[in-house]
Design a protein around this ligand. Sequence first.
Ligand SMILES: Cc1ncc(COP(=O)(O)O)c(C=O)c1O
Length: 381
Amino acid sequence: MSLAGGLPATELYPVTDVQEAAHAAIARHGPAIMEYGPVEGLLALRQLIAARTSAETGGVFMAANVLLTTGSMQALDLIGKVLIDPGELIVAQSPTYLGALDAWRPRSPSYLPLDWDLTDPDFDAALARAKFVYSVPNYSNPTGVLVSQARRIALLDKVVEAGTWLVEDDPYLSMQLDGSPGPSILSHAVARSTGKGPYDGPVLYLGTVSKSLVPGLRVGWVIAEAGMIQNLARTKMASDLSGSLLTQAIALELMERDFDHQHTNVTVPVYRERRDALLREANLLLSEWFEWDVPVGGMFVWMRSKGRAIDTDALYKFAVEEKVAYVPSSVFDFTGEDRFAMRVNFTRSSPEVIAEGVRRLARAIEHYLSARRQHDRARSL
Ligand SMILES: Cc1ncc(COP(=O)(O)O)c(C=O)c1O
């Protein structure tokens, strides 16, 4: 039984709609859609994303501001290849999405945790040296945190002052369980710009259909100033020649009729119920040892051990014995210090399975604590 995954619920995938969109895409484009495509991706989808972004932010976005990628994971990889020279500094929200750490590991970057207070003068100096700031402001992975508007604006101010880049990774935008998260950092960057031309700000915004439609399409995108898009596209060419025009065309069919937005009417109530089931059972059985904030969106509850009393790496062995999985905090932590929290997913399983998973976790904790007591007693003899 896994509470570890980071995936939407398979049973909510809009199979028939994707099937119809595939038929429509092939009928519309013919065999041309089965060719290698332009490295930047299907022009009509880039234009649609640019138009949506212009409407949402009030800025001017053109196809030249959009690169389609194989999921936002490829965008993270390309950003690493274009921006990071070996050993350079990244300022990142901490704990950090594991996929980003994996993507950038070959460049051996150093990391500084993003301090949201933003008052430390040493932080300003570090920011001036950093290649970019990495943030997941909407329902972050792994913590589920929603970054406040005030902090978004303050961070952008600092980034502009330091003359660096800001990577805003936003895969969970469609998973709003309790209301809207408010404007993206990209929108704030648009509001600050004085020119009337196409977007040329410091934010690289990453979007994806993985949570709003299905992850298997592998359609993501980067929105950035046109020169950065060209650099990323050149690097993508060396990586995979082009993404899949066919799945981009399927995404286009669905997004043209706004299906990705409408589909949240199906997904969000189910995810809300599952989150609440997890929190109800966890309040009953885990709150003696763990504490958490209620996530207002996304897929995860970040459970922190009270008083750092439970090492979640060590607990994992006992969880496996009870046949339940979670993700220990150590894998998201570039500081090497956090072994006292765990990421628990609520989107992948029914409320009943989630409740059973929590009962198993509670038993695992009991066994872990009793084994530790025995060990301590044996040592003191
Ligand atoms: C923060 C974050 N960024 C990027 C991704 C990758 O998403 P995609 O499926 O679009 O590659 C994920 C996947 O869960 C994620 O959590």
